[in-house]
Design a protein around this ligand. Structure first.
Ligand SMILES: Nc1ncnc2c1ncn2[C@@H]1O[C@H](COP(=O)(O)OP(=O)(O)O)[C@@H](O)[C@H]1O
Ligand code: SF4
Ligand SMILES: [Mg+2]
Length: 335
């Protein structure tokens, strides 16, 4: 595979509040994004997916901060560690939206209700690419067409409230891709939409990623979405990457007991009605002190060692790694 356009290396995120002891919310996250490919980040609610996404954009604000690691992005100046840039400084603002863009779960809160959607796309084009207002408007209409909005000339003059949820999410995608970023981060982009629209939006994202050569980080709590839309997958649990694999390897052979639990609670693709087995218990809160594997309280295979030390991510094949004491690779990978 080609060199990654984006790389998080050993990134940890801390919650530093003057009122409470510091808490580690994400631990040593490593991930790589490649042009035209989609990496899915999957895990239940509260596992740390959104904070990881925000850190990738260098968008964390107090009490959250990147406490270690680097975030390498290809920019005009070459490979840059954006974790070192001031999150609200001019350098970071020039990169965000231009080189790396994000689509959020709820377009209604991300779009400005008092501007037309055409104006909102135009603004990004004028700011980052220095286009004239007339050229930017023309390009905004083209972008609306590209994301599948019918009658884009008229729609560009609409305000967000005049559009359906699916159309608003298409507008968000148009804004995100307006300046041809090399990296697109989509945090649960379809959770608020009904199933049919959800599938259409995900298909649109995948097609655009491939056609425009963008590297996509797709965040979801739904393994069904992963199966349909990802090339590679990272499974996250309570701030740790617990499994990393190519999508086929993951579905053929889910290795981590947490991944196996997620699979068991996934309805079969053929629509057959079977009894699903949800994983008992919950993701431990960030305020809970944990020694050893964070999945131990829910794991059917837990053994004494699991409560003592967190296993490291070890390779069990050329395209699959797992952090679990059931695998000798975890012991060999210990730093
Ligand atoms: N601003 C914040 N202040 C305090 N805790 C936070 C903040 N943002 C996230 N968290 C905590 O960090 C953990 C991970 O959150 P998040 O990344 O939103 O999870 P996910 O996106 O996987 O559902 C959760 O326990 C959440 O409560
Ligand atoms: S390390 Fe132990 S508790 Fe954690 S997933 Fe593996 S077997 Fe289960
Ligand atoms: Mg989230």
């Amino acid at each position: 595979m080609n060199a990654p356009v984006f790389q998080m290396r050993n990134v940890s995120i801390d919650l530093d509040s003057p009122k409470t002891p510091a808490r580690r919310i994400a631990n040593g996250i490593d991930l790589e994004l490649h042009r035209g490919k989609t990496l899915a980040l999957v895990g239940e609610s509260g596992c740390g997916k959104s904070v990881t996404a925000l850190s990738a954009m260098n968008l964390l604000s107090a009490p959250l901060r990147i406490s270690e690691g680097s975030i390498l992005l290809e920019t005009e100046a070459g490979r840059e560690d954006i974790a070192r840039l001031n999150p609200s400084g001019s350098q970071m603002r020039a990169i965000r939206g231009r080189r790396i863009a994000m689509i959020f779960q709820d377009p209604m809160t991300a779009l400005d209700p008092v501007y037309t959607v055409g104006d909102q796309i135009t603004e990004s084009l004028c700011q980052h690419l220095g286009l004239s207002r007339k050229d930017a408007w023309k390009r905004a209409v083209e972008l609306l067409r590209l994301v599948g909005i019918p009658a884009p000339e008229q729609r560009a003059r609409n305000y967000p409230f005049q559009l359906s949820g699916g159309m608003r999410q298409r507008v968000m995608i148009a804004i995100a891709i307006a300046c041809s970023p090399s990296v697109l981060i989509a945090d649960e982009p379809t959770t608020a939409l009904d199933v049919t629209v959800q599938a259409q939006i995900l298909e649109l994202l995948r097609g655009l990623g491939e056609d425009l050569g963008m590297a996509t980080l797709l965040i979801t709590h739904d393994l069904g979405v992963v199966a349909e839309n990802a090339d590679e997958v990272i499974v996250m649990y309570r701030g740790y990457v617990v499994e990393k694999a190519g999508v086929d390897a993951l579905f053929d052979n889910p290795a981590h007991p947490y991944t196996q639990g997620l699979m068991a609670s996934l309805p079969p693709a053929d629509g057959e009605r079977i009894e699903l087995t949800p994983i008992p218990g919950q993701v431990p809160a960030i305020t809970e002190d944990i020694v050893g594997c964070p999945f131990a309280s829910r794991c059917p295979h837990v053994m004494p060692k699991c409560g003592e030390t967190m296993p490291a991510l070890g390779a069990i094949s050329s395209e699959q790694s797992v952090a679990c004491w059931l695998y000798p690779a975890a012991a060999e990978a210990r730093p």
